[in-house]
Design a protein around this ligand. Structure first.
Ligand SMILES: Nc1ncnc2c1ncn2[C@@H]1O[C@H](COP(=O)(O)OP(=O)(O)OP(=O)(O)O)[C@@H](O)[C@H]1O
Ligand SMILES: [Mg+2]
Length: 213
């Protein structure tokens, strides 16, 4: 969770939490959490901040524009061919599995040329609106390396990555903790060649990951 301080009114410190979109007001040891996207939330904010509310909303809007994590963190790495046929069972199967609760993973494994990558592309196309974020990673050098090369930019981490440039482990922890704080419905595709064992240890970072190998 990353809270950003957006204003100070007397003893009231106003913070914005970028992942949940909530505002927290700290005052004399008391914390109020307000959701500005509801009308009750807006009423509460008005009560708390009076005329200060417009300044707060402008600051949040500016911040959100600069820092918004895009819906698609990458473009999909493959297209669905015009003559795409079948795969209804597989598409449903992956979907069911990824919505099974917990930190579900799905792994598509088949011989070369059987259509794994195309299936991933079809899943992306069909279900992308159900996910807060999607990412498609080519993992020639492994998942961690792919995360490090594809994700810092869309996650808004470029500057922070530079600050810990000398420490690869710190960079990875930064990416992983940011991913773990994204809304739970994130879909990540790890594409060929990926060893199924690489999935071990990545569980719990984001829900709804699928991979092909
Ligand atoms: N359901 C489908 N309907 C029509 N064409 C398909 C379908 N699935 C795959 N293809 C076609 O078959 C070819 C191989 O598919 P794809 O690249 O997805 O296989 P793959 O299993 O990922 O292969 P590799 O193991 O080499 O990565 C592609 O030309 C693709 O367009
Ligand atoms: Mg493939």
């Amino acid at each position: 969770m990353e809270e950003i301080k957006v204003a100070q009114y007397g003893e009231k410190s106003v913070y914005f939490e970028q992942n949940t979109g909530q505002i927290t007001i700290h005052s004399n040891g008391e914390v109020k959490i307000i959701n500005p996207s509801s009308s009750e939330g807006m009423d509460l904010l008005r009560q708390e901040l009076g005329a200060g509310i417009s300044e707060i909303l402008a600051a949040i809007k500016k911040f959100a524009l600069v820092n918004a994590v895009p819906h698609q963190l990458t473009t999909p790495g493959a297209a669905v061919p015009e003559g795409f046929i079948g795969r209804e069972r597989e598409l449903d199967g992956i979907h069911t599995r990824l919505h099974a609760g917990g930190n579900a993973l799905a792994l598509v494994n088949a011989e070369g040329g059987m259509g794994k990558t195309t299936l991933a592309a079809a899943y992306w196309k069909r279900f992308s609106s159900e996910y807060q974020h999607l990412a498609w990673l080519f993992c020639e050098k492994g998942i961690l390396e792919a995360m490090r090369s594809y994700l810092p930019e869309p996650l808004g981490l470029r500057e922070k990555m530079n600050e810990v440039a000398a420490d690869t482990d710190k960079q990875m922890r930064l990416i992983i903790s940011t991913m773990a704080n994204l809304p739970k419905t994130a879909c990540w595709f790890w594409t060929t060649p990926t060893n199924p064992r690489t999935f071990k240890g990545l569980n719990g970072i984001a829900q709804g990951w699928a991979g092909t190998c």
